[in-house]
Design a protein around this ligand. Sequence first.
Ligand code: UD1
Length: 417
Amino acid sequence: MDKLRVRQSLGLKGEIRISGAKNAALPIICAGLLTSERLTLTNVPALRDIKTLSDLLCGMGAKVNFANSTMEIDASDINNYTAPYELVKTMRASILVLGPLLARFGEANVSLPGGCAIGARPVDQHIKGLEQMGAQINIEHGFIKATAGRLKGARIVMDMVTVTGTENLLMAAVLAKGTTVLENCAREPEVTDLAECLIKMGAQIEGIGTDTLVIHGVDKLHAANHAVVADRIEAGTYAVAAAMTCGDLTLTNARPDTMGAIIDKLSLAGAKVDLGNDFMRVCMTGRPKAVDIITSPYPAFPTDMQAQFMALNTLADGVSTLTETIFENRYMHVPELCRMGADISTDSNIAIIRGVETLTGATVMATDLRASASLVIAGLVASGITTIERVYHLDRGYEQIEQKLGRVGADITRLTD
Ligand code: UD1
């Protein structure tokens, strides 16, 4: 298994080009299943999760071409409606094929994802919404077996804000007969990006960007071209790296307008942040100030940036509190950061971080995607060498992380067994 070796690298300086968002690309690729015509996507990041999803679609009979950030999806010949356990267990977002398959073919057979490292993560809201649209759904042998005639428009109120739940129901509704009203929707920029792509494919959607989406079903969708929105979490991660290393990074091809809460907390931590429409520059001098953070659905502070800001707070001047409200088990980076000299205690979903003056390099274990990112940026400031094991988590979500950081001055090497 690959490892990353990170040596202390203070003062990162230069430009990093931000990739397309994994969490937008995944549902949008699944939207390719909604039409027999070609969907062409640009700004698609070359990541392990994207490859997993592409393999899943190919297994169903789709033709997928992916080169130079451009993906062409031809789902004219789908002959298998199954998402097998082997793929779903490696990537929970595979659940996103459920809505499109059911809407276009009236049949889907998707392995239940089960729990994951950061919590139980049920999919009951996806199932409840599809049932309200007329689907018959049974759980058999670990699979969600769903059948339907043409789905019917319905009024659906989600019990909690769920990103992939909103996306699945939105994709189901665009081909349903009649109007669907989805309430308590996720408003994440990735949901908005999916909705904008669906509109280019001929869908009729009102309320984009709000918590109520009104979808007037159409008989079919057609070919379209769409550029995937920039990855706000990748940009946020490199912004924290700039702040933590007292660096000066300009993040290009970014979308600061989707990053309000992140930019706010960076500024409160003492970073100087300059913004343009498609770039942001983050500079820092001196020790960060401690910032309290509560994770919540967009537009509040994203859970996917919690671990990185915890890393920043470990070196802060003062004590900070971090409250994780989205996932129940998302503090697995805490013991790893403590092995590097951080002073963090947790009580249920609250972490208290007492800033220390220095971190020291150690061998640490990456436990999930964003936890891994926090260990990399902690490694950049820790004295000596940090070795991060199980780096495959990072490859699920950060395109060319060692090259991108290497070009701005980080000493970071991949060690392949
Ligand atoms: C998505 C993101 C993930 C991010 C998360 C929260 C993708 C591919 N992944 O995950 O990076 O961390 O949003 O912003 O976009 N829940 C239920 N029942 C459901 C659905 C969700 O109880 O049917 C709960 C979950 O357990 C969790 C909360 O709702 O506690 C939010 O989860 P959700 O927004 O669905 O996360 P994902 O869409 O899986």
